[in-house]
Design a protein around this ligand. Structure first.
Ligand code: PLP
Length: 425
């Protein structure tokens, strides 16, 4: 299905024919923990085939047909070679970092990333002996930070809440030159509709499917996509070439030699750590995907109009949105993003009291800690999502006490303007 357009893939990839058992057009929710084997040979073959992408129904922690459809659909939308779904975005992040980590490993992260990602570093990787550098997400700073023992470079497509857009192509070239895997958290890239990092040279793509992929604020989920581009047999990652009890390596288990990272992430994340998504959540993610491009396009268009309107508003000190010519990333956002500039903008009132007053008075806009919902939602990052960071790190991430992050949903532009105006006044 890879030659089809995004709009078609979001409906059909992973389930081109109706369900073979029942004729069901919708993807069925296979609520089962286990599968009956036809014979002793079938059981042995199923266990031998156990790897990401084989969809061998062995046991619910490792495989589920509803989840498999979701994985194939996300893989197609992100132009990868394999995808693995997780019970949360945080689980997907943890699985990626565990798959890369090894004794004395070094990581380079953008200094404008989701706090949950830095928590894995602070609470697990660093106490276990890995080292981590946080640098501005540009090619020069990343090139300077890479060391001989660097095992990964991690950035986000659009950073939260400053809407910084890293030049993915330039960073991927640095990573290729230095032979380091390049990971992009593409959660804000809205399921691949506004950015497909693999086109820009990413080796691994990650999503919190909780956000635009689900799109309705009804479950928590995550996914990892393997681009199939990195050579894991280059000697830097001994775990990929080490034989298991059955004489296999992650590379030998990979489909066409291209899915070794997905196999390892699956083996560590699902088989070993059990960070498995439920088939119910997978079904909700699939329902969300069916309308992804329509929803995201509408939210991006509304976000751009709101950003322009807020920029001219006397009660607003600054607006951060990559679609505004005043944003430092406006130029290369055009080369990196497609179809729009994202569904999240942030703005600063003249003081903290006005920001709190805004949050206490919205009527249509909900005050909560999520993004990517069909309903427009807002939050003051300083006191909530970023509150665990030291003040200096919050300012580096573009967060100030008077900043409001607005994730724009599907309400009418006019109704949102009316709500914002009355809440500001
Ligand atoms: N990455 C980004 C950019 C996020 O915004 C989030 C959650 O807000 C995550 C990862 C973690 O995802 P989840 O909340 O689904 O665990």
């Amino acid at each position: 299905m890879s030659t089809k357009d995004f709009d078609t893939l979001q409906l059909h990839a992973g389930q081109e024919q109706p369900d073979s058992a029942t004729g069901s057009r919708a993807v069925p929710i296979y609520a089962t923990s286990s599968y009956v084997f036809d014979s002793a040979q079938h059981a042995a073959d199923t266990f031998a085939a156990q790897s990401a992408g084989t969809h061998a129904n062995q046991y619910g922690r490792m495989n589920n047909p509803t989840v498999s459809v979701l994985e194939e659909r996300i893989m197609a939308l992100e132009k990868g070679t394999a995808a693995v779904a997780f019970c949360s975005g945080q689980a997907a992040t943890t699985a990626i970092l565990f798959a890369l980590a090894q004794p004395d490993a070094h990581f380079v992260f953008s200094n404008q990333i989701f706090g949950g990602t830095t928590a894995v570093n602070r609470k697990i990787l660093e106490p276990w002996g890995c080292t981590v550098n946080y640098v501005a997400p540009n090619a020069d700073d990343i090139a300077n930070a890479i060391q001989d023992n660097t095992v990964g470079v991690w950035v986000e497509t659009l950073s939260n809440p400053s809407c910084t857009v890293p030049n993915l192509k330039a960073i991927s070239e640095v990573c290729k030159t230095k032979d380091v895997p390049f990971i992009v958290d593409n959660t804000w890239g809205c399921g691949g509709y506004i950015c497909q990092p693999i086109d820009h040279g990413a080796d691994i793509v990650m999503h919190s499917t909780t956000k635009w992929i689900g799109g309705h604020g009804t479950f928590v989920g995550g996914a990892v996509v393997d681009a199939g581009t990195y050579n894991w047999a280059n000697g830097k990652f001994p775990a990929f070439t080490k034989k298991d009890g059955k004489g296999r390596t992650y590379i030998s288990r990979a489909k066409d030699g291209k899915t070794a990272f997905a196999v390892r992430v699956y083996d560590l994340g699902l088989f070993t750590m059990g960070m498995t998504p439920s088939p119910f959540s997978a079904f909700q993610a699939l329902q969300g995907l069916e309308t992804l491009s329509l929803r995201v396009q509408r939210s991006c268009d509304t976000a751009l109009e709101l950003a322009k309107w807020l920029e001219a508003h006397p009660k607003i000190k600054a607006v951060h949105y990559a679609g505004l010519s005043s944003h430092p990333c406006f130029e290369h956002a055009q080369a990196t993003l497609q179809n729009g500039y994202g569904a999240v903008l942030s703005f600063e009132t003249h003081d903290k009291a006005s920001a709190w007053q805004f949050l206490d008075n919205t009527k249509v806009i909900s005050h909560l800690a999520n993004i990517g919902d069909s309903k427009t939602v807002a939050i003051n990052c300083w006191t909530t999502t970023h509150a665990s960071l030291p003040e200096e790190a919050r300012y580096t991430a573009g967060v100030s006490p008077e900043l409001i992050r607005l994730s724009v949903g599907l309400e009418s532009l006019e109704d949102l303007k009316v709500d914002i105006e009355q809440a500001l006044t």
